[in-house]
Design a binder for this molecule. Structure first.
Ligand SMILES: N[C@@H](CCC(=O)N[C@@H](CS)C(=O)NCC(=O)O)C(=O)O
Length: 221
């Protein structure tokens, strides 16, 4: 059954792979599932055809037969549950890998998003200079804690899992800020994720949208 995901027609990051379709592409590559991509303009995101798939008018979405999903975490979890390669067989290790997925999305990503908002959308507000250090400190707290837990391990809990895929994806969003560079082990952790052949294929595929090499799936009627 054909899998179709949606991605930005013109991502604001210009092909740096920070939009959330990249983590879904990465999961698809890790589990060896071919997929098609339907590119969506900002305008089309808020039109009824896309809102029927994604009530919040965002990317990515995932369609497979009569299943339609939104939320990158739910999509990656769906793929990890149905295909080998992203979740361990041992029940406890599996539960912990899922826990790390939630930690990435629910505990680490929010302050990172807040920092991006503070910089990009609130930078011109009169209170911005006063607020920015507070937001940065909250990101720093999370990175301190994550760095301590990771220590010198390659991955968060044994072998690479969907938890690492999500955590690396979330940490990559910090790269433009330079803050990650203060954490030697987190930089190495992110680099290990980026070195995976599946990540490279995913990154190249999203970049191809900008180089004109992207083949797109047909738009829904
Ligand atoms: N929690 C959602 C967030 C989705 C999201 O924020 N998508 C961004 C692209 S990375 C988007 O579509 N932004 C356009 C908009 O919100 O209008 C997920 O993980 O899928």
């Amino acid at each position: 059954m054909t899998i179709t995901i949606t991605a930005f027609e013109r991502s604001p990051d210009g092909g740096k792979g920070l939009a959330r379709d990249t983590r879904v592409r990465w999961a698809l590559e890790e589990v060896g599932q071919p997929y098609e991509v339907r590119l969506v303009s900002f305008r089309a995101l808020k039109q009824p055809a896309h809102l029927a798939l994604h009530p919040f008018g965002q990317v990515p979405t995932y369609e497979e037969g009569d299943l339609a999903l939104f939320e990158s975490g739910a999509i990656v979890f769906h793929l990890a549950e149905r295909h080998a390669g992203l979740l361990p067989d041992d029940a406890h290790a599996r539960a912990r890998a899922i826990m790390w997925m939630f930690a990435a999305l629910n505990t680490v990503e929010p302050p990172i998003l807040e920092l991006a908002t503070a910089r990009l959308l609130e930078g011109d507000k009169p209170w911005s200079a006063e607020r920015l250090p507070l937001v940065k400190a909250r990101v720093g707290d999370r990175l301190d804690q994550l760095s301590v837990r990771l220590g010198d391990a390659d991955w968060l809990d044994g072998a690479f899992s969907a938890g690492d895929l999500m955590m690396v994806s979330v940490l990559l969003r910090l790269r433009p800020s330079g803050i990650l560079n203060e954490y030697r082990n987190l930089v190495a952790y992110v680099a290990r994720g980026e070195a995976r052949p599946a990540y490279k294929r995913a990154f190249d595929a999203q970049l191809a949208v900008y180089t004109g090499e992207q083949s797109t799936a047909p738009r829904p009627e």
